[in-house]
Structure formats: structure tokens, C-alpha cells
Design a binder for this molecule. Sequence first.
Ligand SMILES: Nc1nc2c(ncn2[C@@H]2O[C@H](COP(=O)(O)OP(=O)(O)OP(=O)(O)O)[C@@H](O)[C@H]2O)c(=O)[nH]1
Ligand SMILES: [Mg+2]
Length: 321
Amino acid sequence: MTSPLARRVLSGERNAVARAIRLLDDREPAGAEVLRELWSAAAGARVVGVTGPPGAGKSTLVDCLIEAFRARGERVGVAAVDPSSPFTGGAILGDRIRMQRHAADDGVFIRSLATRGHLGGLSASTLDVLAVLAAAGFRTLILETVGVGQDEVEVNRVADSVLLVVAPGAGDAVQTLKAGVMEIAHVFAVNKADQPGADQVARDIEQLLAYREHGPGRADPGAAAGWIPPVVSSVAVEGRGIPELLEALDRHAGWLRSSGEERRRHRERARVAIVEQLRGRLDDALDARLPGRLDEAAARVADGASDPHAEAEALWAELSS
Ligand SMILES: Nc1nc2c(ncn2[C@@H]2O[C@H](COP(=O)(O)OP(=O)(O)OP(=O)(O)O)[C@@H](O)[C@H]2O)c(=O)[nH]1
Ligand SMILES: [Mg+2]
């Protein structure tokens, strides 16, 4: 028996989609129930992650990608992290205006996400939102996150393909890349190619990629070898480079399937989803079942009367009894 809400989501009713997402956001039990009914229908949707430093042009590019996917008749769901960081304050309004031209299009659903739930990560609620959108028939999903912290690593675990957007001048693009962000990208967009320095940024990326191919250590040891991320120049405000970006993303999707990497990534994503739920429950259990005990333990540890290992051991024993 499918519940009325799940049925309405499955038939693509926008109000129902919004309602299901709201229930999940609020961590209402009804949200988990409806998700259970939607999960199998959500399988197999394509998730493209778009990340990169603040102001690189991610939203402008996403807007172009929406248009390109729509031109092929695909229904597109977008989840964009509300940029609440001091770097990007106010940008959300820009996002809304920029993407507004798609608002009247029934084949597009745009949802903003809280930057971080109290679960402490992007993944749990993000995966839920994407699953609802996928079940509602938005089979091409775009996830935009600002790459200033751990989010860009998270996006790699949630998305099938990660598009990393950089621009000349916006801070030190290459410095950003060296800080481990590089490893998570499947396709690079050097956006704002109309501005000075873009060629240099593209060359720097190519160089770092070449080094990584031959240098020591892969960031994702489980990943299949053989994909070399293409570097595409774009001018999002003029729609330049979009066909090339789309081609690169499609090629990556094809490679994922033929290499077996898709299966591995989907399992990794499912594992993240389960662990996030477990973490949430652990937090809840700490609050609900050991009221005050954590504070007391913290005081003892801070005073040197006890150590964190011993206190964790005692709390764990109590939790699992
Ligand atoms: N010159 C130039 N400007 C661009 C280009 N793409 C985007 N912009 C401008 O750059 C600014 C930031 O663009 P957004 O798309 O909001 O960038 P974003 O990466 O989504 O920004 P946050 O979400 O705030 O991190 C806007 O003023 C855009 O109009 C481009 O190719 N060339
Ligand atoms: Mg943006």
C-alpha cells in the first residue's frame, strides 16, 4: 500500500515533493516513512555535483546546464546549498534571480539546502532531498555546494560526477586546488575565461593533473584508474563552453558505467547515508538517554580527574546496555 503522499510524489506533483522534503528536513517520522516508499523509485538517477570557490560562477553554470539538459528533454532537479558563509552572504538572492527563468518550467525543480544540519554533515539530508526529486521523475540532478570546507569532499561522495568550477583571480585558484580539492573532481571548468589569467589557471590544472597521474598517492584508493579529468574553459555568462562541459560530463557518465566505478560509487553513497543516519541516532541517544552525563564526564576530563577513553568507554557501555 502506497501512502497518498508517496503516490503524489511518484506522479511528480510539485506540492507533494515540497511537502516530503519539508518533512525530511524537520526529521519528522512521516518523512522517513515516505522516503521508504520512494527509495526504490529513486534508484538510478544521475547526480552531477558542482562545487568550487565562492563566486567562481557555479550558479551561473548550473543555470546553463539546466538549460542544456532541458533541451535534451531531461527533467532536472537542483539542490543548492544556501550560501550562509560570510564569503557568499546574499548570493542566494542572486541564485534565485538567476535561476528564476526556470521557475515556470514544470520540468525543473530547484530546492535550496541548509548548509549543515545538526547531523554535522551535508550528506544525510542532501541524499534524502535528491531521492525525493529522483522519485518524482527529476532524473538528472544537480547539487551545487560552495567549496570552502568539507562540503566539496562530501559532494564527491554524493554525486556520480563532480564538476569543479574555478575562475581566475578569485583568491588563488591553484592554491585552492592544492588543498586536496583537486582529487575530488572528474571534470574541471575554468570559468570566466573572458578574464585575464584564465589560460594560466587551465595550464596550472593540467600540470597538477599530469603530476598526479605520475606522482605518488591517489586520494581515493578504491577508485578505478583510467579517468583523466578534462579541463574545459567556459564563459557562463555568455553560455560559452557549455556543450563541451556537457560532453565531458556525459563521457564521464559513460566511463562510470563501463568501468564498474558507478556501482562502487553508489555503494559508497549508500554507506554514507546509513552511517549518517546512525550518527544522528547516536547524537539523539546521547541527548536523550544520558542527560547531563556527558557534561559531567567532560568536567572530569577537563579537570584531569579522568580521561576521554575511560569516559567514552563508560558512556558506551551505558548506551549499549
Ligand atoms: N566575467 C564573467 N563573469 C561571470 C562568469 N560566470 C559568472 N560570472 C559572474 O560571477 C559572479 C558570481 O557568479 P555565481 O554564478 O553567483 O557564482 P557562484 O560560484 O555560484 O557563487 P557562490 O554560490 O556565491 O559561491 C556573478 O556576478 C556572475 O555574473 C563568466 O564566465 N565571466
Ligand atoms: Mg552559487
